[in-house]
Design a binder for this molecule. Structure first.
Ligand code: 2B7
Length: 642
């Protein structure tokens, strides 16, 4: 064991072993060592500052990405206590940064210990995974500082000056021997802090990126909290009532809900537990849905909107077009599910139902015209669902009559093992032809699409089942559709959209991704959807192998490299590919389909809020914001490839 300049006892040895464990198995504490895990470090630190805000002592949090990917977080809370900690014999502040799971013991009694990103492990984990950490505390008239390297104390807490103010400042550099990359993504952090500001009414969070000369910065502070959140989510949607409905009830479980209906056909509900996004929902979401269904049905019966002979409206009818955010604060949350993103505490359901009964039921009584507008939409959703059911049955009957249930245009692969199979959805017959000839028929299937594709964002479900453009996709993928979609039944592990690298290609890509996002979401969440990346250019010269370039940067880089080898620009032939159709089958295989050479972009759903925003913008009714957005082209392409 290494020597330290201050003595350590049995407790200290435990401490070191604790942080060593974090360095040995970082994934267990922060999920992964990818760029995602890297961002978790920042969330862990910021979460502690947010806790201080929730306790009522901190109003401002500033985050700076400094040159060299150093993160600096500062708050104006009380400052971490500096006194000696009875059990460890070192300062409380040092204990927080060196003892695994030290959280909670110092937090005063703010009620809820809410911090902890997804994993709730706190500052010591960040410290263990940082090349160095520097913590500065202002408190009780003094300024204190301590520093660490890879979790080990370099300088224990010491007073370095005096100060009038109070607060905590943490700077750290993530350890490049642990993380795959140290490059923070400004947009990712920005989105997370915006979300945190929405969830904590009145808290001001600033973020600044000082890595490049042109610094970027944003500032978030919402006096409206969740109401502002819903207004933000609905910014580009057509609302059917002006103000979001707000529900709040404090107690053993604190419940906060904001909701507003739009003319959209999809439902858009986000749920949070202790400021953590529960992407798989759970008992709080269950309570919300149950109460919503019951309250609207009771109201409709009571007001004779539903007649005696009518059957009840179903939950999904009542949720059509809704945008809602549900945020609960729970003392001891139990997370379950595949990604630990589902709340398990059964008692929470009842608390949410009570809050809804107490606030939503009287709201409808007091606002009959809003209630009526919403219910009219629910009733027509219910009719459309019935029509969709009939359409779906028709599709089922039709497909079961045909002996081969697969679409005629599909050139299927010979393997039946989904894990190795992939289907290319290809725009246009000519590209489809090349793909069919160029593919490896053992594991690659080709489904050509042609003609105008339906925009699912502007159509109700009944128009989608049985649509002649989408139906082949549904049948080929094989997992069903909508609520019945079953990702375990899919016929291909990779569903690859292959379209031209131009505006029309981007359009068809977006239409298909929208369809997958709205009607086969688990396929996207599970990471089965990909975009093929055909080359934009070919460089050729007698005597050297053709070089394919996939981006403009790629082209510039290749020119440079060839120049170093003495081959000049004007000695090279440059072909610009306008479409997939210009490539012969061998070229298409070599550049875009051969797993050895190709680049596939995985469509992921890191940020459902961002994805919904983009889809609404690109596919929805409001023309103005869409135009602005498309003008902002760079961002558009980047985000589509999230
Ligand atoms: C459980 C640990 C993590 N802590 C306190 C008090 C204030 C406080 C903190 C913090 C991150 C970057 C700038 C409580 C809580 C430790 O105990 S952590 N502020 N800010 C922070 O980490 N910001 C505290 C009771 C009385 N006085 C201070």
């Amino acid at each position: 064991m290494e020597k330290f300049d201050h003595k350590y006892d049995a407790d200290q040895i435990q401490v070191l072993e604790g942080l060593e464990a974090v360095r040995k198995r970082p994934g267990m504490y922060i999920g992964s060592v990818s760029v995602r895990g890297l961002h978790h470090l920042v969330y862990e630190i910021v979460d502690n500052a947010v806790d201080e805000a929730l306790a009522g002592y901190c109003k401002n949090i500033n985050v700076v990405i400094e040159p060299g990917n150093i993160i600096c977080v500062e708050d104006d809370g009380r400052g971490i206590p500096v006194g000696k900690h009875a059990k460890t014999g070192i300062s409380a502040a040092e204990t927080v940064y060196t003892v695994l799971h030290a959280g909670g013991k110092f937090g005063g009694d703010s009620g809820y210990k809410v911090s902890g990103g997804l994993h709730g492990v706190g500052a010591s984990v960040v410290n263990a995974l940082a090349e160095w950490t520097e913590v500065t505390i202002e408190r009780e008239g003094g300024m204190y500082q301590m520093t660490f390297e890879r979790g080990k104390t370099v300088k224990p807490l010491e007073k370095i000056g005096s100060s009038e103010r109070t607060g905590t400042k943490v700077r750290f550099l993530a350890d490049n021997t642990i993380f795959e990359t140290l490059e923070y993504e400004y947009d990712v952090l920005e989105n997370r802090f915006r979300e945190m500001a929405f969830l904590t009414k009145g808290l001001r969070i600033k973020i600044e990126d000082k890595r490049e000369e042109n610094t970027k910065k944003s500032e978030f502070c919402y006096e409206g909290g969740l109401v502002s959140f819903v207004e933000y989510l609905n910014k580009n949607k057509e609302k059917i009532h002006t103000a979001p409905i707000y529900i709040e009830k404090a107690g053993e479980v604190a419940v906060e809900i904001a909701m507003q209906y739009t003319t959209a056909y999809s439902e858009n509900i986000y749920s949070f537990v202790n400021n953590i996004n529960t992407i798989e929902g759970g008992t709080h979401l269950e309570g919300f849905k149950r109460a919503l269904t019951k309250i609207f049905n009771d109201y409709a019966r009571n007001k004779n909107i539903l007649k005696e002979k009518d059957i009840n409206l179903q939950g999904e009818d009542i949720r059509e077009g809704i945008t809602a955010v549900i945020s609960v604060k729970v003392k001891e949350p139990q997370f379950e599910g595949q990604t630990k993103g589902k709340l398990g505490n059964s008692e929470v359901t009842g608390f949410v139902i009570n809050a809804m009964n107490e606030f939503l039921a009287p709201f409808l009584e007091e606002n009959p015209s809003i209630a009526k507008t919403i219910l009219e939409k629910c009733v027509s959703a219910s009719r459309a669902r019935e029509a969709a059911r009939k359409a779906r049955e028709l599709v089922r009957k039709k497909t079961s009559l045909e002996t081969s249930t697969l679409p005629g245009k599909l050139a299927d692969c010979s393997s039946k093992n989904p894990d190795e199979c992939e289907v290319y959805i290809v725009e246009g017959d000519s590209a489809g032809g090349s793909a069919k000839q160029g593919r490896d028929r053992k594991f690659q299937a080709i489904l050509p699409l042609w003609g105008k594709m339906l925009n699912v964002e502007k159509a109700r479900a009944d128009k989608i089942y049985g649509n002649d453009k989408l139906n082949p996709v549904i049948v080929a993928v094989g997992g069903g559709i909508g609520a019945e979609f079953d990702v375990s039944k899919i016929r291909y592990g990779k569903v690859i959209i292959m379209a031209d690298a131009d505006v029309d290609g981007a359009h068809i890509r977006t239409l298909l991704m929208t369809f997958f996002f709205r009607y086969m979401r688990p396929l996207v969440e599970n990471g089965n959807v990909y975009l093929a990346q055909p080359p934009l250019y070919k460089l050729s010269k007698k005597g050297i192998q053709d070089i394919y370039c996939y981006t403009d940067d790629d082209l510039a880089r290749n020119y440079e490299e060839l120049e170093k080898k003495g081959i000049l620009r004007d000695q090279l032939g440059l072909q610009r590919y306008k479409g997939l159709g210009e490539m012969n089958p061998e070229q298409l295989w070599e550049t875009t389909m051969n797993p050895e050479n190709r680049t596939l972009i995985k469509v992921t759903m890191d940020d459902a809020i961002e994805a919904d925003k983009i889809i609404t913008l690109l596919m929805g009714d409001e023309v103005e914001p869409r135009r602005d957005f498309i003008v902002d082209n760079a961002k558009y392409v980047k985000n589509l490839d999230i």
